[in-house]
Design a protein around this ligand. Structure first.
Ligand code: ZN
Length: 438
């Protein structure tokens, strides 16, 4: 009896354990493309151009990835977010709980995009776990340089696809739209980097094709692994709830890596030629085994392969969100090669030319006590700031001209603790951020 009970407990414990492991469906996503003759042909043609460009970058430039972006211009990437599980009513709400949910979901999307921008430009605050002179993991990987893509992900706001119902200036966030009729390819959304939120179930956190053409493919993320923070869980929201240990937005960082044509770091033991075998990146150690959980940086050696110390903190491994914090320069080179081959397909007219969108701004501190700062890098136009609470009540409103100070201090009168939304408007564009007042 006792043994049986122990067995039941063990079974339950292992199910919980496995339920908390990262699983990625990249292979299934590729299978769908390969099973369709038309998609397959287009994909293979794109791959041939990618391989040529990758070899060109490896031959002509420093293999560590420096100087690969010869223009030194930041590449702007238009994002569209599709909350397929939410109620379509949110899209047209002008007041009440649906308006609050819509703003919450838009802010959640912006939070996720901020995470992508930090991770792809090596601006993530936890990169200190690598760089710290005394304790950082870089000491165990002396030949590895951190990768930096010089790209900016932005929610698209202009020239939305016909029939989308989106209003000019509003962000490209859809609610209850059945993207691709349930598939991950929707020609209406060609030229965008589509993020699709679904309830994947079965433990899969997300999936993406490997370096697709921009013909409307998306990256799919489970509704419990998208973005970071407190989530949006009211009736009609679709239950978008970032859940530990995958609640720091890194599932999208990982899946977007596949979109940029990166393989898993643990794809094969074959280390004969790092440029043509394994993950085909030379500054990621050879391993065939995914790492789970949150191991110490110097603790995981792959005995099944050549015994290398595994780079478990790489975004393309399977560790928890809090324990992955870098791409390598070699991976950045590979991603740049793919980006170069699809650059002309990016729908650039979907992006705002307004100053506050083109130039990153930050809001800090967050959480705060009802007083915070908005800091702009540069101002090229007039703008307005509007702060409202979860009931939709406006608690702060002010317009600023282009010659205003780059730092603006905002004070909410008599704040109560809770979630607030900060809208920053300029021209016909609007960006919504969420703050928490303690
Ligand atoms: Zn993956």
């Amino acid at each position: 009896m006792k043994t049986k009970l122990l067995l039941v407990l063990f079974t339950l414990a292992s199910q919980v354990f496995f339920a908390q492991q990262r699983t990625c469906g990249v292979d299934q996503a590729m299978q769908l493309i390969m099973n369709d003759p038309i998609q397959r042909a287009a994909y293979l043609e794109g791959q041939a151009r990618f391989e040529e460009e990758y070899q060109r970058l490896l031959t002509n430039f420093n293999r560590n990835g420096n100087a690969i972006n010869s223009t030194n211009e930041v590449t702007r990437i238009p994002i569209a977010v599709h909350y397929t599980t939410s109620s379509a009513d949110l899209a047209t709400a002008t007041s009440g709980v649906n308006l609050v949910l819509r703003n919450c979901l838009i802010a959640l999307a912006q939070t996720q995009i901020n995470i992508l921008n930090a991770d792809y430009n090596a601006n993530n605050s936890d990169l200190v776990l690598w760089t710290d002179p005394s304790t950082g993991a870089s000491q165990y990987f002396p030949d590895v340089t951190v990768g930096n893509m010089d790209i900016q992900f932005e929610l698209a706001t202009q020239n939305h696809p016909a029939g989308s119902g989106l209003v000019e200036g509003q962000p490209a966030v859809t609610f209850g739209y059945n993207f691709g009729s349930g598939q991950n390819l929707d020609a209406n959304w060609a030229g965008y980097f589509n993020i699709i939120i679904r309830n994947l179930g079965g433990g899969t956190l997300g999936f993406s094709p490997l370096g697709p053409q921009l013909s409307g493919y998306g990256v799919t993320i489970d509704n419990n692994s998208f973005s970071s923070g407190t989530g949006c869980t009211g009736t009609g929201s679709g239950g978008i709830n970032p859940t530990s240990p995958f609640n720091k937005g890194r599932t999208l960082t990982h899946e977007m890596g596949h979109y940029f044509r990166l393989d898993h770091t643990f794809v094969s033991c074959d280390g004969t030629n790092c440029a043509t075998s394994g993950d085909r990146v030379c500054d990621t150690p050879t391993t065939s085994t995914p790492t789970y959980g949150c191991p110490a940086a110097d603790s995981t050696y792959d005995a099944n392969c050549v015994g290398d110390l595994v780079q478990t903190m790489n975004y393309m491994d399977y560790v928890d969100d809090a324990c992955m914090y870098l791409f390598t320069a070699g991976q950045a080179t590979r991603m740049t090669a793919w980006l170069n081959t699809v650059r002309s397909q990016i729908k650039q007219n979907s992006l705002s030319n307004d100053a506050f969108v083109k130039n990153n701004f930050s809001i800090y501190p967050n959480p705060n006590k009802g007083e915070f700062t908005i800091q702009f890098k540069e101002l090229l136009a007039d703008y307005a700031v509007e702060v409202f609470d979860v009931t939709g009540r406006v608690v702060f409103e002010k317009t600023y001209n282009q010659n205003s100070e780059l730092l603006q201090n905002i004070v909410i009168q008599n704040p109560t603790s809770g979630v607030y939304f900060v809208n920053i408007k300029s021209g016909n564009s609007i960006i919504t951020n969420k703050i928490i007042v303690e």
